[in-house]
Design a binder for this molecule. Sequence first.
Ligand SMILES: *Cc1c(COP(=O)(O)O)cnc(C)c1O
Length: 374
Amino acid sequence: MNYRIDFNRPHLTGKEAHYMYDAVQKGKLSGNGEYTKRCQQFLEQKYGFKKCLLTTSCTDALEMCALLCDLQPGDEVIVPSYTFVSTALAFVRVGAKIVFADSMSRNPNLDAEKLEELITERTRVIVPVHYAGVACDMDRIMEIARKHDLLVVEDAAQAIDSYYKGRPLGSIGHLSAFSFHETKNIISGEGGALCINDERFIRRSEILWEKGTNRAEFFRGEVNKYGWVDIGSSFLPSEVISAFLWAQLENLDDIQSKRKALWDRYFQLLKPIADKGLFKLPDLPDYATNNAHMFYLVLPSLEARQALIQKLKDAGILSVFHYLSLHKSPYYAPKHDGRRLTQCDRYSDCLLRLPMYYDLSLEDVDEVCRVIAK
Ligand SMILES: *Cc1c(COP(=O)(O)O)cnc(C)c1O
């Protein structure tokens, strides 16, 4: 079906094909070349990551995080249930047991105040997800991690250019993962980045990234031959993908300010309706910024949400719900410990995402809000 107003459309800055052509002309097409380094340095300098490595997806970056955490079978990893499959899957693949955390009632992020109840002797890692690019309470999470000697991996897939008390998301946990999937703010079709803030992990991350070899050290002239030294995979993207990504990163400020203008318009137009108690608008705690990744509503019931999706659809507007709680998924439900996670279930039933992309116009936003108001 064709919609008058789509839910998402990938935005092109105009330079993508130019840089991709340039990469092709230079005849260096495999990974870790000029464009890859340019993107990595940009992210390191802008956000203060100690090291950034581009990956073929955020899922891959999370898999690298799971490998770097060096877990033993049966080790426990705390993951919110209201998230994308990859957040949990990366750790399942290294044999970890997932302990699902519930969301807060104020927003879908995991409830840091209830985190300690989930910690056992086998807990090794906490994986906060910054839902909609809105920060989790990182001071509280890092304090709990320090107290119990745990690692923190930020799933910052949606969180580019967003901050917690002035600190960039992805720069606070030991490790973090970003996504450049075409549904995110900055895109390369499929793509991602692993960011490392704890220096202990830098050397091994480069080895895992390049198929278990110390190739990166060799090319820096630090060793005189390279070989197989560890496990790993081919996690790095080709230069063609990195060239595309560079065209996006170069325009990050423009992309972010346009998205924020759209987000602010939604907020302004929908606030009077939310004030009547008909639905809730996105919640931004004092410690968090908004990176305009997503504009969502939380309706009072599943029925109300489905009815609104239908009304918008009738008006040619595509709006969509989001995650199904992972603790109820066909794959993990039999392994879940049976705790009820009522907030996750509430967001699964009641959260609705509205169209949000660079090429949406303010008039489109006005139209969506008119239909909602009606
Ligand atoms: C998009 C997303 C991912 C997966 O990113 P890919 O780049 O598609 O692998 C993981 N976690 C969250 C929270 C996401 O939003």
